[in-house]
Every structure is written in structure tokens, then in C-alpha cells.
Design a protein. Structure first.
Length: 339
């Protein structure tokens, strides 16, 4: 097991009193997995990741990361992991290539190997020609990709990626996705937080959902989607006056739930909506009711979040993660704790 954590708790002392950002998290990550760690703002994602990466100390709980005890051997953990933070880690005045080489040297990589590995990653992540540029002259997307190079240059077996594609254009995002898949093929384990639901769906073998500092769900993307009560079906009626009659037909369907009527639209959820649809349309037609359109949507990860947490992850996209409270981010909580 690459990560095994039990009962991780992190409490911050702030001016408003103690804030428990993470409340007894248990999680396992197997060798070679890509695991998504997702949740709304206030969930405690970044705080948990920072604990596992030895950047902050757990208030209580235990963890083994990359074969090393988190409390007893934090240096051993650091030697074996790569970490790409949300905020970036390059100095504005530094030369991009020098930053990469210096970072690799800190991990014991010799200079020649560091240059070779760094330049290879520059080419793979569309940074070719920028080796000798000052970091402050790079675009936001280029600096983000440079952060990722620094997290990967020493070829760690466990890589923490905290919102890695924020600020990247679609082409750069797709490129990074492919690079992450290749890292897994070469034996790396990836632990990733993201606000992009398509990213989690496309990349992750398994997803952990955290809310209010606790893990509330775990499974593959498909397993999580199956926890939502069926496919969403939307019937657009030619005559809004027929909505009550259509609703009665729909209510007789086995497993149908979440009925809603809005003017000429009747919507509901039902397992295997595509299979149910032909019979439903025949019943509606038999009563002489005309439809203008029919839509069937499979559950999405956003539906999962809404079901599990009562909030949509999309509502929080583009914001920094929070540390277990509804109103504040983990970064803000940590700043208050040291103020």
C-alpha cells in the first residue's frame, strides 16, 4: 500500500477558537493507482494532502506514506514523494532550468541527470525553448507546467498533485492528462485533487469524496454514479396542460423518483432510463399526448456531489480549497493559526 492513513485529524488554533479542518480521515491508496481526492470548498482536501506530504503535522492519527511512517520518518517520506502545490513554488527572478536542476539536486540527483530529465519534461509538457527564461517572463500556464516539472524531475514513485491543471488551456490539460497516464504506466502512484469533474472521471481509478473534514464516499467513478438514484429523464410536452396526466404515467414506473413539473416539462429519475424509455413513450402516445422532445442523462460526478454533500462542486470551481469550514479556506485557516 502506497498510502495508509488512519484517524488523521488536524485542528488549527485561530482567533475565533479551534477549527478542526480534518476530522478522522481514513484512506488507502494502492501502488500504481490514480486516486482523485475531491470535495467542495470547506472539505479539507488540501489540509489532508499537506499532512500526507509532511508540510503540516497531524494533530492526531497515523499514516504510512511511500513505506515510511509519517510521524517517525518524515524525511524518508519527503525523499520518496513529489508534490505540486496549488500556489506554485518558483521564484520570479530565477531561471526556469536552474529552478528545475536545483530542485532535483535536493533529491540527490546529479547535475547531468537533472538537466537531462528536466529538458525531457520541458519537451513533453510544451515548455521547449524556455529553459533559460526567467520565471517571471512565463505565462501563468507555463509557470504552472514548470511547477509540475519540478514535482516530477526526480522521478518519485508517489506524486501529490494539488489542482494541477488550474489555469491551463484545454490543449495543455489534455497533454498533462496523457502524461499522468504515462507516469502510472511507468509504476508511479498519483494522488490528485481537482475541481474539474471531467478530469476526475477521465483519469482516476478511484475517487475519495471528502466533506466537512470526513470521507463520505469512496469508489470508482462508475460506482459513485450508481449511488445516484437513476438516470435523469426530461419530457418536453407540446401542451403544458397534459403535464398532470404524464406525471401519473411516470409515477407508475418501477423505481421512478424525484418527480418535478415545471410548465410543459416533466422530469424524474429512474434506473436504466434508456431501457425504460420505449415503453414510456408508447404509454404516453396511447393517451394521445404529444411530446416536443425527450432527454435522458446519466448521472454525473456533480450529481454525486450534490447527493453526498448537498452542494455542487461546480459552485466552488476556481476557488482554493478550504480546511473544513464552510466559510474559510485551509490556507486562510493556517495563516490565522500562525498569526
Amino acid at each position: 500500500m502506497m498510502i495508509e492513513a488512519r484517524g488523521l485529524v488536524r485542528t488549527f488554533k485561530t482567533k475565533r477558537g479551534p477549527v478542526q479542518a480534518v476530522q478522522g480521515v481514513d484512506l488507502d491508496v494502492a501502488d500504481g493507482e490514480i486516486v482523485g481526492f475531491l470535495g467542495p470548498n470547506g472539505a479539507g482536501k488540501t489540509t489532508t494532502m499537506r499532512m500526507l506530504a509532511t508540510l503540516i503535522t497531524p494533530t492526531s492519527g497515523t499514516a504510512t506514506v511511500a513505506g515510511c511512517d509519517l510521524a517517525k520518518d518524515p524525511v524518508g517520506v519527503r525523499r520518496r514523494i513529489g508534490y505540486v502545490p496549488q500556489s506554485g513554488s518558483t521564484l520570479p527572478e530565477a531561471i526556469a532550468g536552474d529552478e528545475v536542476v536545483d530542485h532535483a539536486r535536493l533529491y540527490g540527483v546529479d547535475k547531468k541527470s537533472a538537466i537531462a530529465a528536466g529538458q525531457k519534461l520541458f519537451d513533453e509538457l510544451d515548455l521547449g525553448g524556455l529553459w533559460k527564461r526567467q520565471c517571471k517572463t512565463l505565462s501563468g500556464g507555463q509557470r504552472r507546467r514548470l511547477d509540475i516539472v519540478m514535482g516530477l524531475v526526480h522521478e518519485p514513485k508517489l506524486i501529490f498533485l494539488d489542482e494541477p491543471t488550474t489555469g491551463l488551456d484545454p490543449q495543455a490539460r489534455a497533454n498533462l492528462w496523457e502524461h499522468i497516464r504515462q507516469l502510472r504506466q511507468r509504476g508511479a502512484t498519483i494522488f490528485i485533487t481537482t475541481h474539474y469533474l471531467d478530469e476526475a472521471d477521465a483519469l482516476c481509478d478511484r475517487i475519495l469524496v471528502i466533506d466537512h473534514g470526513k470521507i463520505v464516499a469512496s469508489g470508482t467513478p462508475e460506482e459513485l454514479k450508481q449511488r445516484v438514484s437513476g438516470d435523469a429523464v426530461r419530457l418536453n410536452l407540446a401542451d403544458a396542460g397534459q403535464a398532470p396526466a404524464v406525471t401519473k404515467i411516470v409515477e407508475l414506473l418501477e423505481g421512478s423518483t424525484s418527480f418535478e413539473t415545471e410548465q410543459n416539462v416533466v422530469s424524474f429519475r429512474i434506473p436504466k432510463g434508456g431501457a425504460v424509455l420505449p415503453g414510456l413513450l408508447r404509454s404516453i402516445d396511447a393517451q394521445g399526448i404529444e411530446l416536443d422532445g425527450v432527454e435522458v442523462h446519466r448521472p454525473t460526478l456533480d450529481d454525486v456531489f450534490l447527493t453526498m454533500t448537498g452542494r455542487s462542486l461546480r459552485d466552488d470551481s476556481g476557488s482554493s480549497d478550504s480546511g473544513g469550514t464552510d466559510s474559510g479556506s485551509s490556507d486562510k485557516t493556517e495563516k490565522e493559526a500562525v498569526a
